[in-house]
Write a protein that binds this ligand. Sequence first.
Ligand code: ATP
Ligand code: MG
Length: 140
Amino acid sequence: MAIERTFSIIKPDATRRNLIGKINAKFEEAGLRIVAQKRIHMTKAQAGVFYGVHAERPFFDELCEFMCSEPIVVQVLEGENAISKNREVMGATNPADAAEGTIRFEFAKSVGENSVHGSDAPETAAEEIAYFFSGLELVG
Ligand code: ATP
Ligand code: MG
């Protein structure tokens, strides 16, 4: 199996409720290593670029407002099949559909305020990591 890196965000609803440690424990229990991590507060423009693929969706403005409302934690997770493994650990986008034991099942408040983001493919993982981290911050 391939060792991959994926990009993760602990979203404002989770940082606000002091859940960073509990969410990181879920990643580590699943065998994902947190190889880079920092706390930032995005501008609305930065959120708009990050979520540009959703620009035409009806929830785009609400999503960008939410993501810049308070600090977030951006991370790089590494491990075997990290991209799909992280999506499993996160659970379904809508917490009502998320499997028991997943982050979104345990912590998400709604389909919008769903506690975490994770890349959905190798290309997006590489782009998203490069948007938030420099090579010097990725020491493995
Ligand atoms: P993410 O990209 O954050 O990892 P995802 O891939 O499960 O989540 P997407 O379909 O890519 O979900 O949507 C991106 C984000 O947009 C969701 O995580 C959620 O915060 C928000 N979102 C998605 N659908 C809705 C909706 N119907 N109403 C409000 N916000 C939504
Ligand atoms: Mg997505």
